[in-house]
Design a protein around this ligand. Structure first.
Ligand SMILES: [Zn+2]
Length: 313
């Protein structure tokens, strides 16, 4: 193989996605395996290592010569400089020297960052945020994740915590958040919060289980309760986004997560609410768009962590 590639690893709560990616973003080979975090980080790392070496050999990628390095995205609070997972609540892993473990198992340099940051980098590199100089990317899922990409690079701040927009406190008398504070954006505008508020308002799913998509479906058929619950979610989201935008003056805000599949039913009213909530000059310079890479953003962004270092070396 003439051109060298990066390996991206995106560690989710259920599955781990791995992909070999070229400098132009083309994926040479990819695979997804169960995360099974309960087996512990050691066994997890060795099983991922086995999978990627096999994937390389199946696709005629010479591990020693063709692979530049490894980028890893994982949910949780990290120390980017040390490559430590300090706290991954959904995997129940704490103080894990993950970059070093992967380096030992794979014999390549490893860069570790959080899932929202790598997804943001992926969207700016190949997705909805292309051509943006200052991008704020927000993922609406179980929580509300955020990543900031400035001039093509993740902005991490002093302790890899920049972009935690989900914990902007938007409601004074709001509910308790996982972080210990009250009224965080995450408690009001995540997909989980939307469902919780839908249930509290008396909505029910078609087959018993209410989902965020189900609430948007109900709203599209004229269900006033569903419409009100969505309006409420959008109201708080616009407030959180405007706070972030007034601080960053981004040219783009990318909204990711399953809820984005609702398309214009989410994006149009969000744009309107955002343009009222943010400073006028900030809102005028900024477009709010849905993400385009879906669940590929993380693994592509993880690979990009390595590729962009190679490009500037
Ligand atoms: Zn919080």
């Amino acid at each position: 193989m003439a051109e060298r590639v990066a390996l991206g690893i995106d560690i989710g709560g259920t599955n781990v996605k791995v992909a070999f990616v070229k400098h132009d973003g083309q994926v040479i080979a990819q695979e997804s395996i169960p995360t099974a975090p309960e087996r512990g980080p050691e066994r997890f790392v060795s099983s991922v290592a086995e999978t990627v070496r096999q994937l390389a050999s199946d696709n005629h990628i010479d591990w020693d010569n063709d692979v530049l390095g490894v980028g890893v995205g994982i949910a949780g609070f990290l120390d980017y400089k040390r490559g430590f997972v300090e706290e991954s609540v959904n995997l129940h892993w704490f103080d894990v020297p993950m970059a070093e473990m992967f380096e030992r198992a794979l014999g390549k340099p490893v860069r570790l960052d959080n899932d929202a940051n790598v997804a943001a980098l992926g969207e700016v590199w190949l997705g909805a945020g292309r051509s943006a100089t200052t991008a704020l990317c927000v993922t609406l899922g179980t929580g509300v994740g955020g990543g900031i990409v400035i001039d093509g690079h993740i902005h991490r701040g002093a302790s890899t915590m920049a972009g935690e927009i989900g914990h902007i406190q938007v409601k004074n008398d709001g509910e308790l958040c996982n972080c210990g504070h009250y009224g965080c954006l995450e408690t009001l505008s995540s997909a989980t919060a939307l469902v919780r508020n839908g249930l509290a308002a008396g909505l029910a799913g078609e087959d018993g289980e209410l989902t965020a998509k189900g609430i948007f479906d109900l709203a599209s058929t004229g269900n006033a309760t569903a419409q009100r619950v969505i309006e409420d979610m959008i109201h708080w989201l616009a407030l959180g986004l405007s706070t972030g935008a007034n601080l960053l003056n981004p040219d783009i805000i990318v909204i990711a997560g399953g809820v984005v599949n609702a398309g214009n039913a989410l994006i149009e009213p969000l744009r309107e609410a955002f343009s009222k909530a943010a400073l006028q000059r900030v809102a005028r310079a900024c477009t709010v768009v849905p993400a385009t890479l879906g669940s590929q953003a993380g693994v592509l962004g993880a690979a990009r962590l390595v590729l962009q270092v190679a490009e500037t070396a």
